[in-house]
Design a protein. Structure first.
Length: 146
């Protein structure tokens, strides 16, 4: 989830939104950005481009998962304690098409001190559900800035 932990050690004082938008290069290259984060939810957004399309001319599932995973990472790490994903599940409900603006909102299912659980709803600009993702993480005893 957090790709560049070593870089994080140099980011003391930077909030998780700024940190992930700068250090999660895979998500950034896929056009995903964190737009909101607090202790209750996190939002990541992207616009589907031609580069996101699969052979069926709809948004590739990996792009949808990347968007949801970024929202999960922001919420799980909001407290500043390093947390990595250990299990995720995605259910595709409908297709996203080129030009769609997608919003992934992560919320806590259980904010357990060691094994938090999240759910994410990815919707398009009309509020239509595109996919539903559940995720579980493991909180390490170290800070994201260590």
């Amino acid at each position: 989830m957090l790709t560049f932990v070593a870089e994080m050690s140099n980011e003391i004082g930077m909030n998780i939104q700024e940190l992930l938008n700068r250090t999660d290069r895979f998500a950034a290259n896929a056009g995903c950005r964190i737009t909101e984060v607090d202790e209750h939810h996190a939002v990541a957004e992207m616009t589907v481009t031609e580069a996101h399309l699969n052979g069926g001319n709809v948004c590739q599932g990996g792009a949808l998962f990347t968007l949801a995973d970024l929202a999960i990472a922001a919420l799980m790490n909001h407290s500043g304690q390093l947390t990595f994903g250990i299990s995720n599940n995605i259910m595709f409900v409908s297709s996203a098409k080129e030009g769609d603006h997608l919003r992934a909102e992560a919320i806590h299912v259980a904010n357990h001190p060691k094994i938090p659980s999240m759910e994410v709803r990815v919707t398009n600009q009309a509020g239509q559900l595109i996919c539903h993702v559940t995720g579980m993480g493991y909180r390490k005893s170290q800070s994201i800035t260590e």
